[in-house]
Design a protein around this ligand. Structure first.
Ligand SMILES: Cc1cc2nc3c(=O)[nH]c(=O)nc-3n(C[C@H](O)[C@H](O)[C@H](O)COP(=O)(O)OP(=O)(O)OC[C@H]3O[C@@H](n4cnc5c(N)ncnc54)[C@H](O)[C@@H]3O)c2cc1C
Length: 415
């Protein structure tokens, strides 16, 4: 049976390793941390996944936490009135919620990756705890039929050249600050169901709030994305989790008081429940050439890393793993050569390009027709629902989002 090495045990690596294992491949999975280290470590993401990505997990019977994780049935947008925070707490200019056709869910990656990794080993997979270096891969590329690098945004990306034509930003566009909390109240506008809440503060950044299943049960995530150098870019160097949370709440009180109102009793879920970071969105050449001449194929964030402003990375990792799995199975016993690797990536890029285009658009100040669309969705429920469901299928934004004429025609068709 064909031997495959998967380097990196995140959403894409584990989904691929478990998928290949279920089809009888001899899979080795290399992780730089044990399951226990992941479970007791720091949060890594907010990992809200929509229907299509969740379905890929169901297809492989990996939806172990589906019944426990909160079902996210809506996606809402609120916009602060520009400049309204100058004299006191901001005022809200727009507020709506769209209904998702299929629910979304967030399972703390500490829970999911640790659980999946143990399952992989229990099913007879070879799990190697080792932080792989390029020199290791040189050796392994000669002993395995295929080496997949699914190591996220870590150092191994240096093997894959940046594709400047697909990477318009050379610098991080947001400073990220995450807090996992217990004790958040429901949104009074929809107390009977859960939604992801996207709060846009023009010229300042965004606050995302969503429920999750963490190591201590149900929780909610408060996630600030701040424009670098602006008033939200204040978390660097804050080491104390309690201080991180107070800063998060202070900013909520000023910029999103409608969210602060339900957050006055929150407490951090655990000492690892905060995260700070920033990175430049980058698309890379999918094939890495090792010093000894061997080739490796990059997976998910290694080759397409978008800013989390649109909450797509885990979704894309799941879609990438599903697409690569299909390409590997279809290849049968033939060699995994460079042409196949490029074709495999191109097949994934067919869908991934829409995520990159939309995410990069959301990082820029919105043009007038997008402001009109977001405003109109407050009066036109079908527009709110369509916007929400495009988080599941970002290709749909082509039909109503980028071009002013298409946006106007779409809105006209609803009224
Ligand atoms: C703050 C934040 C919020 C986010 N929110 C969302 C969201 O709401 N929805 C969403 O869909 N996405 C979200 N994302 C993005 C999402 O988390 C990632 O895109 C996704 O996890 C990428 O999956 P991956 O498999 O490519 O890599 P990862 O999940 O990053 O996994 C890579 C793994 O490889 C390991 N590794 C690294 N180097 C090595 C090495 N040398 N050897 C061995 N192992 C190695 C790492 O430890 C890690 O376990 C968010 C990201 C951030 C930072």
């Amino acid at each position: 049976m064909r031997k495959i090495l998967v380097v990196g045990a995140g959403q894409s690596g584990l989904q691929l390793a478990l998928g290949l294992q279920s089809h009888g491949y001899e899979v080795t999975l290399m992780s730089n941390r044990t399951a226990d280290e992941i479970r007791s470590g720091r949060v890594m993401s907010t990992q809200c996944m929509f229907h299509t990505a969740l379905q890929h997990e169901r297809d492989l019977q990996l939806n172990f936490w589906e019944s426990q994780a909160p079902k996210i049935e809506g996606l809402g947008v609120s916009v602060a009135a520009p400049g309204s925070w100058a004299e006191g707490p901001a005022a809200r200019a727009i507020d709506w919620v769209g209904k998702l056709d299929g629910y979304a869910q967030s399972v703390d990656q500490r829970v999911k990756m640790a659980g999946w990794m143990e399952t992989f080993a229990q099913r007879g997979g070879q799990l190697v705890i080792h932080g792989a270096a390029v020199s290791d891969l040189d050796y392994f590329s000669r002993t395995y039929d295929l080496v997949l690098v699914s190591a996220g945004k870590g150092e191994l990306v240096s093997m894959f050249g940046r594709d400047a034509s697909r990477s318009p930003y050379g610098e991080p566009q947001r400073a990220l600050a995450v807090s996992y909390v217990h004790g958040l109240g429901p949104r009074p506008e929809h107390p009977d169901y859960d939604a992801v809440r996207c709060n846009l503060v023009p010229g300042v950044g965004e606050l995302f709030i969503m429920p999750t299943l963490t190591t201590s049960g149900r929780a909610d995530i408060l996630f600030w994305e701040g424009i670098p150098g602006g008033p939200l870019d204040v978390f660097n160097g804050v080491k104390d989790p309690a201080e991180h949370l107070s800063l998060t709440l202070e900013l909520m009180e000023r910029f999103t008081p409608w969210e602060y109102a339900r957050a006055t009793k929150v407490e951090l879920t655990d000492g690892g429940g905060t995260l700070v970071g920033r990175y430049a969105p980058t698309v890379r050449n999918p094939v890495g050439r090792l010093p000894g001449g061997g080739l490796v194929l990059g997976v998910a964030d290694v080759v397409v890393a978008n800013d989390p402003i649109t909450g797509q990375g885990s979704n894309s990792a799941s879609k990438c793993a599903a697409s690569y799995l299909a390409s590997i199975l279809e290849r049968g016993e033939k060699e995994f050569d460079e042409e196949w690797m490029r074709g495999t990536f191109d097949r994934y890029w067919d869908a991934a390009q829409h995520v990159t285009k939309w995410t990069n658009a959301m990082l820029a100040p919105p043009p007038e027709h997008i402001l009109n669309l977001i405003g109109a969705a407050g009066q036109l429920q079908p527009a709110a629902d369509r916007f929400a469901n495009a988080f599941n299928d970002p290709a749909d934004f082509e039909n109503f989002f980028y071009e002013p004429g298409k946006t106007a025609a779409y809105l006209a068709s609803l009224s």
